[in-house]
Design a protein around this ligand. Structure first.
Ligand code: HGY
Ligand code: MN
Ligand code: MN
Length: 431
């Protein structure tokens, strides 16, 4: 990450010392939260809603906020909240998520919560009276229940009770989100009260690793997000016929995996020709019976289509479903599709983007304005408050992988820019 050295070394001394201390605190905390107590499995970070390692992670963060005098609580489904002002006070929101993908890295999500902690530490240290609420949303990655942004979508009212009671089921044991929330000591029957988690916000900033290569390629430490790509996620079921792999002639087969293979290639082609930043991924394929000497009778594949234009995303989804129908029909098979969820393209608030831009310029840090291809809880918060996001680079753009790496010094830059920006937003909220 040689590029950050130039910015780092040119900083005036006092700022350099502050940044150095912030970088140490942030780096130490991020690395501590990658320790064995806070993750399942050995490589990278693996923690998700309602697991012991997730609860220990939230407890660690809660103690850190207690130590700087913040009041902390969890809402009815386990979104964690820390606040330095009485409830009902207009506040600026900071935060992200502490859960990870399965086999993920230590920076995705955790960075945003730890930098929010650093900003709150600095507010306290410099006695700045900016009312702040930090939120760490539960189940952002969907590793536990296959549902992205679940905690923040509940807070934003983007789900219905039936989803929580029966549709959304644990990947590990198939039990409902509702059951698991109760088992974890939460009160899902009060899920509507989670709307209060997003009350009184006069602004919201989420700091996150870019999870792409634009910042690194441009040699920048700071990215200011202008919009977050929309996405559609769903599951295609392809049904053929189970047959003997040795005795069934090719012309008589109805091979569900052969159908799936056509769908995967078509999805790749449709996204590649749909225009910049439109992407499609088949990340999950289940085969039944999934045995070497049996022609597969069923294949379930997930589709995840994203892009900066909702109409283009929909065109790609429609194209994939037509391809699935045709692939099945050519083999006398059937297809069905169930959409998991969708969230539309989410532009950032110009008020928050301007505050972040003024703060970055104030520090003399060059920065890049860019879209986010990744989804974030900010998409849910944006339904209730003016939002912005700050990105820092991650090495080679690698994320959702154990070797995800970022530089604590870039995170320190983001903390100080955010501190400056929330002072601006608070001043503006009182005019
Ligand atoms: O999938 C995403 O975009 C995010 O990392 N949850
Ligand atoms: Mn992620
Ligand atoms: Mn994330």
């Amino acid at each position: 990450m040689a590029m950050s050295r130039a910015v780092w070394d040119d900083l005036p001394r006092a700022t350099k010392q502050d940044l150095k201390r912030s970088a140490e605190r942030i780096g130490n905390t991020v690395h501590s939260l990658a320790g064995p107590n806070f993750t399942r499995g050995s490589a990278g970070v693996e923690r998700y809603a309602y697991t012991p390692e997730y609860a220990r992670t939230v407890a660690y963060v809660q103690r850190a906020f207690d130590a700087i005098g913040f009041r902390t609580w969890e809402d009815a489904v386990g979104n964690f909240v820390a606040q330095n002002a009485p409830r009902g006070t207009p506040v600026v929101g900071l935060g992200s998520h502490l859960d990870s993908v399965r086999g993920g890295g230590r920076w995705d999500g955790t960075l945003g919560v730890v930098v929010a902690l650093e900003v709150c530490h600095l507010l306290t240290q410099y006695d700045l009276d900016v009312p702040v609420r930090v939120i760490s949303f539960v189940e952002e990655e969907g590793s536990g229940f296959g549902q992205l942004l679940l905690g923040s979508r509940i807070a934003a009212g983007l789900i219905d009770e039936d989803d929580l009671r029966s549709t959304y089921r644990a990947v590990d044991d198939g039990r409902s989100f509702w059951d698991h929330a109760v088992l974890a000591g939460h009160q899902p029957h009060r899920w509507r009260e989670c709307a209060e988690t997003l009350d009184d916000l006069f602004g919201w900033i989420e700091i996150h690793i870019e999870q792409g290569r634009q910042l690194e390629d441009a040699g920048h430490q700071i990215g200011i997000v202008e919009l977050i790509s929309g996405y559609v996620q769903g599951d295609i079921e392809l049904t053929g016929r189970v047959d003997h792999a040795g005795t069934t002639p090719m012309r008589l087969r109805s091979d569900a995996v052969a159908m799936a293979a056509e769908v995967v290639i078509e999805a790749e082609k449709l996204a590649a020709t749909a225009g910049p930043d439109t992407v499609a991924t088949v990340g999950e394929i289940d085969v039944t019976p999934g045995i070497i000497n049996v022609v597969p009778g069923e294949a379930r594949l997930s589709i995840d289509v994203r892009g900066p234009k909702d109409s283009t995303v929909q065109e790609v989804v429609d194209g994939i479903l037509i391809a699935a129908e045709q692939a099945a029909a050519r083999r006398s098979g059937r297809m069905s599709y169930v959409e998991r969820q969708r969230v539309g393209v989410t532009p950032m608030s110009s008020v928050v983007v301007d505050a972040l831009t003024d703060s970055a310029n104030g520090y003399g840090f060059e920065h890049l304005k860019l879209p986010s291809g990744a989804a974030h809880d900010t998409m849910s918060v944006a339904r209730r408050a003016p939002c912005g996001m700050l990105f820092i680079p991650c090495v080679a753009g690698i994320s959702h992988a154990p070797n995800e790496e970022a530089d604590p010094r870039d995170a320190a830059l983001a903390a100080w820019i955010t501190l400056d920006a929330i002072v601006r937003l608070h001043a503006r909220s009182r005019t």
